[in-house]
Write a protein that binds this ligand. Structure first.
Ligand code: HEM
Length: 380
């Protein structure tokens, strides 16, 4: 857009194809992409922690805020990206198409930038709607696309730095309004930002309780489901609709215990019961706070003779690979609110919420709050 218009560009007569609008939308996109990238990488680290990363159990709602922000910001990005692409698309018809090596690199970086952004927003949006019309793992694809997009964004911002500075420094010289009653620059930007804000508002209720009634675009309402809150994975989907409490056993074993335990449902009920009010915060962005009652994990580990800083793996009764196990680091095993819950809000857990026993702990993604727990394997 900074070059003299070619004949092809003469076709794009709207004053909204304007570098100042492109700059302002670009800044907004830079902010939303950075928020999504930071919160997304955090979610990745929490679920697949490398040895140097230890996720604390406090504050209890940190993952809820971070992942809620990720999804709401991602959705608010959609109108911003569409508007930005529309504003700048005449630049694709610039002539000559390549002016130098640096210009060639800048233009080539547009491919991963635009393609990766569209892929990120599409996969993210489909994933929260539990519609996955692709063959690859969502997490791997979305994660790889995020790094590619952020890399391409850095190249793009560097290449456009002079234009960005000029547009922010100089007062606009171009006419503010269009001739035919169409939107002027301010009207256009207001419409785009208002649409973005409205989408955020209509989604945020899936995690911000006071906005619950406005959650018209949220795929899950946090107050709808068995026992008054949602489930992602039902008992039927993992073949566990009728676990018999008479034959059920919880085993606590592994190289880190000196006295393995095998407890029946009755034994678990007879142990001291504790209560914790904790959110369940799904990776798909919804969350809801409930009152959970059950046995402290640390009491069970102590009874099995585990070390005070023991770490453990929680294993479910079913065989679904993705949801079968979760890890408890030493902050989580020792936290007094990390429970193996038998009840929620004083009612026995519904099968969809993990009857007979589920893990619930502070500051954990929902996917790691393992349901239908059968075993705790304590690490050495
Ligand atoms: C409509 C927009 C978006 C939605 C709805 C969305 C949704 C999600 C969801 C649900 C997850 C959790 C997946 C899981 O752990 O199972 C996730 C992870 C992630 N997102 Fe997004 N996202 C969006 C846009 C973005 C953008 C723009 C970026 C980066 C610039 C991004 C970067 C990431 C990263 C790095 C992860 C971690 C992936 C992993 O755990 O391996 N997302 N996203």
């Amino acid at each position: 857009m900074a070059t003299a218009p070619s004949r092809a560009q003469d076709r794009f007569t709207s004053p909204l194809h304007d570098p100042r609008i492109a700059t302002l939308l670009g800044i907004a996109l830079g902010v939303t992409f950075t928020v999504c990238f930071v919160t997304g990488v955090l979610s990745h680290l929490v679920q697949d922690p490398p040895s140097w990363f230890i996720w604390p159990s406090r504050p209890a709602g940190l993952y809820r805020v971070s992942q809620g922000l990720h999804v709401v910001t991602g959705i608010a990005t959609i109108p911003l990206l569409i508007a930005k692409l529309w504003v700048v698309y005449p630049s694709l018809f610039e002539r000559p198409p390549v002016r130098s090596v640096a210009h060639a690199v800048e233009r080539l970086a547009l491919l991963p930038l635009v393609g990766g952004s569209v892929l990120l927003l599409f996969t993210g949006l489909s994933n929260i709607n539990i519609w996955r019309p692709w063959q690859f793992s969502f997490r791997s694809g979305h994660y790889a696309a995020a790094w590619i997009v952020i890399g391409a964004l850095v190249i793009h911002v560097t290449a456009k730095w002079a234009t960005i500075r000029r547009e922010l420094r100089d007062r606009p010289q171009r006419p503010r309004s269009t001739t035919d009653g169409a939107l002027d620059r301010r009207g256009f930007l207001t419409t785009v930002f208002a649409t973005s804000g409205l989408l955020a508002l209509l989604t945020a209720g899936q995690t911000v309780a006071p906005l619950r009634r406005l959650a018209l675009l949220a795929p899950r309402r946090p107050d709808v489901g068995p026992q008054g809150f949602p489930v992602n994975r039902t008992a039927r989907s993992v073949g566990l609709t009728d676990v018999d409490p008479a034959t059920y056993r919880l085993v606590v074993d592994g190289p880190g215990v000196s006295q393995p335990l095998s407890l029946s449902y009755e034994d678990l009920e007879a142990l001291p019961q504790n209560e914790a009010t904790l959110p369940i915060a799904c990776v798909e962005g919804w969350s809801t706070t409930q009152r959970w009652q059950g046995v402290r994990v640390r009491d069970l580990l102590d009874a099995a003779g585990a070390a005070p800083d023991a770490e453990a793996i929680v294993v479910a009764l079913h065989q679904n690979r993705r949801l079968r196990t979760s890890s408890l680091n030493r902050w989580h095993t020792r936290d007094p609110d990390t429970l193996l819950a038998l009840r929620v809000n004083d009612e026995v857990l519904a099968p969809d919420h993990g009857f007979p026993l589920r893990l619930i702990g502070p500051n954990r993604p929902g996917v790691d709050q393992t349901k239908w727990v059968a075993r705790i394997e304590v690490r050495a």
